[in-house]
Design a protein around this ligand. Structure first.
Ligand code: TYM
Length: 320
């Protein structure tokens, strides 16, 4: 089984990225051949600051390694270290119905939020399909917001196979119900672009401040509270045991405690949960060449697979 996923270096990683994709990806690295990449070509659709793109890409590598990606099991590389992927994206784009891209939620959301409606943003799902198909991927661990993109990938693989013969493998998304959409401070999906994130490696005071700013209603301290009216309980369940989560939900329903108390409990749990990752991160930072070595080794592995698939595709479509 080959497992593949990507993450954009458009900002700093948050706990939605962690629970939605990074943790499942880290668990899966023990179950097959894993390839995880930093989607820097994709990030160009929203980030036009070369120094920031470079810096964020390194930081994503560092943070992913700190969270438990094991380079002995999983290849970690930059998308742009496998430039063949843009060639496959072009070939796929020639069989991509324009209407399929017009129906993409992610494109419509991003344009609604003010991102430039560039051709790159529009054809983002085609490049993502190429990312997946160029490695003959079987399983793609992602959050729910990427589900439609994996469906587009399958559609394009089917179209290619119908047109040119069985050349591409159909991937399956892997989405876990409990972590498919991690809520942000305001209860919407946690996302950098909504400004509602809790960053995995935020400083202690910053993380506390973010948690304390979770949006709640004005139910008085003594009154019972709906555990599902704010994201507190859902976030707590990610970092605490089921029994502890049940106890917190019971305390909500009972009344007599304020939201501030619950937020403090959530902060303590979150801070403890990521403590081993912070320690590992400091260890990696003490080895200046480690990240470059990991990325180079990952790129070599990814290129070897991509070259094989591209040779097959070029021959099938008549470019060779
Ligand atoms: P990106 O960079 O937006 O997010 C990386 C991963 O984190 C997941 N995620 C979440 N999961 C649950 N709750 C949330 N609040 C949350 N926020 C983010 C995303 O679902 C994603 O899995 N297009 C992709 C990057 C990409 C890719 C690929 C992924 C490019 N090529 C090929 C898989 C395969 C993206 O923008 O993810």
């Amino acid at each position: 089984m080959r497992i593949l996923s990507g993450i954009q270096p458009s900002g700093v990683l948050h706990i939605g990225n962690y629970f939605g994709m990074m943790r499942p990806a880290i668990v899966l690295q023990a179950e097959g051949e894993a390839l995880y990449f930093i989607a820097d070509y994709h990030a160009l659709t929203s980030l036009r600051a070369p120094a920031a793109l470079r810096e964020n890409s390194r930081r994503v590598a560092l943070d992913f390694l700190a969270c438990g990606l094991d380079p002995a099991r999983a290849a970690l590389f930059r998308q742009s270290d496998v430039p063949q992927v843009t060639e496959l994206a072009w070939i796929l784009s020639t069989v991509t119905p324009k209407g399929l891209l017009e129906r993409a939620h992610s494109y419509k959301d991003k344009v609604a939020r003010g991102l430039a409606a560039s051709a790159g943003l529009f054809s983002y799902p085609v490049l993502m399909a190429a990312d997946i198909l160029i490695y003959d991927s079987d399983v793609v661990p992602v959050g729910r917001d990427q589900k439609q993109h994996v469906e587009v990938t399958r559609d394009l693989a089917i179209k290619m196979n119908e047109t040119f013969g069985e050349i591409l493998k159909l991937p399956e998304p892997r989405i876990h119900a409990q972590t498919a959409t991690v809520p942000g401070l305001d209860g919407q999906k946690m996302s950098k672009s909504y400004g509602n994130t809790i960053d995995i490696f935020a400083e202690e005071n910053e993380m506390r401040k973010r948690v304390m700013s979770i949006v709640t209603d004005s139910t008085p301290v003594e009154a019972p509270k709906n555990p599902d009216a704010s994201p507190i309980c859902q976030l707590f369940s990610l970092v605490a045991s089921p029994e502890e989560t049940a106890a917190l939900r019971a305390a909500f329903a009972k009344g007599g405690s304020g939201y501030g108390d619950f937020k403090k409990q959530l902060f303590v749990r979150l801070w403890e949960f990521f403590a081993p990752m912070r320690q590992r991160r400091n260890e990696i930072l003490a080895q200046p060449d480690y990240i470059d070595a990991v990325l180079a080794q990952g790129a070599a592995r990814a290129n070897a697979i991509a070259d094989g698939v591209m040779a097959r595709v070029r021959t099938a479509v008549g470019l060779r």
